[in-house]
Design a protein around this ligand. Sequence first.
Ligand SMILES: Cc1cc2nc3c(=O)[nH]c(=O)nc-3n(C[C@H](O)[C@H](O)[C@H](O)COP(=O)(O)O)c2cc1C
Length: 256
Amino acid sequence: MVQSGAFTSETQSLLAHRVSVRKYRDQEVSAEMVEAILDAAFRAPTSSNIQAYSVVVVRDTSRLQALSTTTGNQKHVQNAPVFLAFCADITRIESALARHGKSVKNNNLELGLVATIDAALVGMSTSLVAQSFGLAGVMIGAVRNNPLEVARILALPDQVYCVFGMCLGWPDESPRQKPRMAPSAMVHYEQYGHSATADEAAQQVADYDRHLHAHYTAVNKPTTAASWTDEMAKKFSPQPRANLRLALKELGFDFL
Ligand SMILES: Cc1cc2nc3c(=O)[nH]c(=O)nc-3n(C[C@H](O)[C@H](O)[C@H](O)COP(=O)(O)O)c2cc1C
């Protein structure tokens, strides 16, 4: 069997070394560089060519402060030289339909999903291009703590919501990579579950609990013995962001 290590490329290496970075040097990221990054990122595929995303580039310190506050006082949001807000944006689709006397005002789950997927693909592409220029950063899903407040801060119109943000800057830390679950836990051949029995799958999660525990211990972060399992239970029970659907509806996305 060919080992995956036999296949390398610049892009493979960028991803293999990727890590979230939350400390940045006090050094500008030029407007030209951000423009070049986004130009490339906008080549990401987009469902049926709908291009249902927009990106808001934020540098103003008081605006960063407001974003930091609403995302749970995350210091890196305040200190990032540049923050990109990746938004699902169906306003241009609305305009297109208006020409035909139609509207997506009463949209459904599909439109919200494809716009969200579009924004995510552009976001990940942005992250990769930025990394290829030596920048680093972290995505910020906490913009969905209070989508209405984020919409107010960024003056988002109806039919636009911020899916996630991204802090970008020149790295001032080299965090140890967080381990991932074994690929064998995540890859299935031909049919789901063909490669591992339920017992093996449970074992893979238990193994990952141990690996993540060892990682957090090595970087002096508090954790428990069943590190990942405990984190997930804490995060998803009770349900997080229970008001999200209502907030997104107010911003013009039905998700029903
Ligand atoms: C959509 C998304 C939202 C995220 N939101 C936050 C966030 O609000 N704050 C933060 O510090 N990290 C955030 N992260 C970073 C994750 O915590 C991080 O990717 C994960 O723990 C794995 O670590 P790594 O990126 O260093 O491999 C987010 C990542 C993604 C993909």
